[in-house]
Design a protein around this ligand. Structure first.
Ligand code: NI
Ligand code: MN
Length: 225
């Protein structure tokens, strides 16, 4: 499983030749200006919730790639009405896709489209690939529901928001990594806007002090699991 960070909460995941994009917000991110959305591969686009900083590039990319959009019922219905191929899910549900099993799990946040339309309940994804399992938390507060995840799955990586203000900050993300029983964490949802700027070295040190590894990837950088 290869994971690429495209800035903010945008991820690329490659599993067995299948390309997945998560929450594409790239063309609107000054820090990601070196990423060309027209060069990104996508067989699937997973969306955690409907906020602009998670869906901005969905239509452009889905039009070019015919990617299937996977999200909660309200977001899937929105894109289906625009003519896109979708797979609707809802909280607690899982589905076997060609690349692995995906479960849409609870997040504590809000979810509305940029025009104010209801975007369903926000969520995160647990992806069970052939050999590696990851948790993409989405925008969320620290929540006890995270403790449910390791009852069923052993995670290899937890991708957690760490920017604070709109989501968990570093200290809560450290507790979240305890809750999901995964000490290998990739931080996201930080630095994009003034509200969520973090001190990288200080954040890594706080994780390190608890025996955990916080990865902060450069935009465009990939890791192999
Ligand atoms: Ni949000
Ligand atoms: Mn967000």
């Amino acid at each position: 499983m290869k994971i690429t960070y495209y800035g903010h909460a945008s991820l690329g995941i490659e599993v067995n030749e299948v390309s997945i994009l998560v929450d594409p917000f790239i063309s609107g991110n000054d820090k990601a200006s070196h990423i060309d959305i027209n060069s990104l591969k996508a067989d699937y686009i997973l969306l955690t919730h409907a906020h602009q900083d998670h869906i901005l590039d969905v239509e452009t990319i889905a039009k070019r790639t015919n990617a299937m959009i996977v999200s909660n019922f309200e977001i899937a219905s929105h894109y289906e009405s625009l003519g896109f191929e979708v797979h609707p899910m809802n909280l607690g549900g899982s589905w076997d896709f060609e690349f692995g099993n995906v479960k849409y799990v609870n997040a504590i946040h809000t979810s509305s489209f940029p025009d104010g339309k209801y975007g369903g309940q926000p969520g995160g994804f647990v992806i069970e690939g052939e050999r590696k399992n990851i948790y993409i938390a989405g925008d969320t507060a620290l929540t006890m529901d995270m403790k449910l995840i390791p009852l069923q799955i052993k995670l290899d990586l937890a991708i957690l928001p760490i920017g604070d203000n709109f989501t968990m900050g570093v200290n809560d993300a450290i507790i979240a990594s305890d809750f999901v029983q995964c000490d290998k964490v990739m931080g996201y949802h930080y630095d994009t806007f003034g509200y969520i700027e973090i001190d990288h070295e200080e954040s890594k040190r706080r994780f390190f002090d608890k025996g955990k590894d916080l990865m902060l990837l450069a935009i465009g950088e990939s890791i192999e699991l």
